[in-house]
Design a protein around this ligand. Sequence first.
Ligand SMILES: Cc1ncc(COP(=O)(O)O)c(C=O)c1O
Length: 379
Amino acid sequence: MTVPKKIPLLDLKAQLDPIREEIHDAMQKVIECGAFINGPEVREFEADIEQYLKSPFAVGVSSGTEALVLSLWALGLKAGEHVVCPAFTYYATAGAIIKAGGVPVFCDIDPKTFNMDPNRLSDILKKSKNPIKVVIAVHLYGQPAEMDSILALGREHHLYVIEDNAQSFGSQYKNQFAGTLGNCGTLSFFPGKNLGAFGDAGMVLTGDKETAQKLRAFRNQGTEPKAKYDHVYLGTNGRLDTLQAAVLKVKLKYVQGWNEKRARHAEGYRERLRDCPTDLPLVPEGNTHVYHQFVLRSRDKPRIVKYLNECGIDSRTYYPKPLHLQTCFRFLDGHLGDYPVSERASKELFAIPCYPELTESDLDYIVDKIKQVLKEKRA
Ligand SMILES: Cc1ncc(COP(=O)(O)O)c(C=O)c1O
């Protein structure tokens, strides 16, 4: 019996191999210096991100989740205030709202891009009995949400907009980097992200100096730089670790090349799967996509995923259960049928490998297996 090829969804070891020495040197420097908390690499990495993403301020924090919590605090969210976010995203978007003291209000998604549907957002803002303080738009899978409409609704209804850009580092919306369009943009450097650390790490981007100052205080137990033991705000320990900053500073130099390779693989899939009965990712004009995930859609998803897994190809659903149906959010009184587009997406979407180190022969193998399983159905 022949052992099937093994193709993971992501290969972090393959990513590390060519830059191993550079990363070891950067980590060694931190270890020798001993400034593990608030070391110089934190500010250096923030400055590199400010330059790369063209963001006036970047504040390193301990994770993408904490980036959302601190952004909500910095924008003045008070206990019990309402915050809209998509029903179809990772748990952390809504979990962070609750951790920050707010109440999540779910919004359905666009059936083609899987990002927040501005028409549904408009309905919510018109009909909500409770005033909404903030909207969190999530840039899912690697491309930005429809920001012009969301920002216009934000202005019309006098609310803040946060971009949860955990998944789309380096993507652009009308020539502007995702994460730099709203009042705050949050980044996650979870190891599996397009720019990933060696542990948890995150960042907040903002164009507003006062918000940046608050974020710096909130992440550091509520203190201002000049008065270490005067806790001006009810902050937390949400700092970016120096070792993680050192790793990320090295990796940042490579991320554009990695994103370009992901986009090339995506094109390879598009050409090869052109005539197949599955929906390919749609990229609206004005967007660039960094393919954190390359996601296909089919009513026949369970059978396809099962077959791919049997052939050694890792394929998964992000996310199999929308937020309004999650056990922990039952108290928000969501029901099956409330957000039909999100519910259908969770049943039909599946990601296939699209990481930079994937080879042409991997791509051929994956496409061959997809075509095979689709043909079996028709036969
Ligand atoms: C959309 C989204 N938001 C927030 C987060 C949370 O980021 P972290 O894991 O760094 O806390 C993630 C991470 O998976 C995410 O995908």
